[in-house]
Design a protein around this ligand. Structure first.
Ligand SMILES: Nc1ncnc2c1ncn2[C@@H]1O[C@H](COP(=O)(O)OP(=O)(O)OP(=O)(O)O)[C@@H](O)[C@H]1O
Length: 292
């Protein structure tokens, strides 16, 4: 079993932006979801774990090895799919993987060939192996990104917002691929999409303004909210009044009507109906409670 222990991690950039403050997490094998809005600090955390930047303070231990002190050792066990991959050179997917495999220190030619063929099959890109990656669709590029991240059989895989911009079919295909991989290694999936985490991750954390505001098993976290979520159809003009009076966690236009959901321990009155809590409620209510 692999273990990743993050303790009191802080990252302040040279311009004074405090992107992470006091982040502590314990992560083991399987899919771990890191949920947060744009600017919450997800990429800062992912880049720091991937040892691409140093934290301002705090520690990260992977299998008891300090990542900050031993970045070279950790890079050998790491697969990283960044948010932005940059520009792809005009070589075939197969050649690019071979080049990246050499960079990762896989020196035996036959070993590389076998591994690359298996990864192209696994990511469903084998038939496209002779094409340049820059001609690939968004979903194919992300699957290629996973193939390169898996070179060298890493024990720690970090994927930063991989499903943004994918159509639903590609998103499903990509998430299924991740969950297959996630059984025997640590996979950290950073995302702002609640659904990415709901069905896939056995544990998760919510990051907001550089701080972890919730962590645990998604189902257990949602359970804590059962009986506290209420819904009501209102007229759009009344929305501001409801916002002032209740903890409104979402407002949605459904068939021309505005449906709001509020979080409240006692029945909020005013004809609110009880509804089943979901992960989106947990996410939005944790943000409300942080800003109080
Ligand atoms: N290199 C940097 N120098 C200065 N500030 C930075 C740097 N990188 C990120 N930031 C700032 O740190 C904060 C957290 O950014 P980060 O990219 O980690 O968030 P994120 O959750 O990944 O959001 P997004 O999904 O928008 O990338 C933001 O305020 C951002 O502007």
């Amino acid at each position: 079993m692999n273990t990743l222990k993050i303790r009191n991690l802080t990252k302040t950039y040279s311009n004074g932006t405090k992107a992470l403050s006091g982040v502590s997490l314990d992560i083991t094998n399987g899919m771990f979801g890191l949920l947060g809005a744009n600017g919450a600090g997800k990429s800062s955390l992912m880049r720091t774990i991937a040892s691409l930047q140093e934290p301002s303070s705090g520690s990260i231990l992977f299998n008891e090895v300090d990542i900050v002190q031993n970045p070279q050792q950790i890079r050998k066990q790491l697969g990283y799919l960044p948010q932005e991959f940059g520009v792809y050179p005009k070589v075939s997917a197969e050649k690019l993987l071979d080049h990246l495999a050499v960079l990762k220190g896989i020196t035996g030619k036959k070993v590389r060939q076998n591994q690359i063929e298996a990864l192209l099959q696994q990511t469903n890109l084998y038939d496209h192996r002779k094409k340049s990656v820059y001609t690939f669709s968004g979903g194919m590029k992300q699957r290629f990104g996973i193939a390169q991240a898996l070179l060298g059989n890493p024990q720690l895989i970090i994927v930063d917002e991989p499903t943004a911009g994918l159509d639903p079919a590609e998103r499903n295909r990509f998430l299924n691929l991740l969950s297959e991989i996630g059984e025997n290694v640590v996979v950290i999936l950073s995302t702002h999409i609640v659904e990415d985490i709901r069905d896939l991750c056995k544990s998760m954390a919510i990051l907001s303004k550089g701080q972890i505001i919730e962590q645990g098993n998604p189902k257990d976290l949602v359970k804590k909210l059962q009986g506290k979520i209420w819904s009501k159809i209102i007229t759009k003009n009344d929305l501001d009044t409801y916002h002032r009076t209740f903890d409104v966690i979402s407002a949605r236009l459904i068939s021309g009507e505005t449906q709001i959901r509020v979080v409240s321990d006692p029945h909020p009155g005013f004809d609110f109906e009880p509804v089943e809590a979901n992960l989106e409620d947990l996410y939005f209510s944790s943000l409300i409670h942080q800003s109080i």
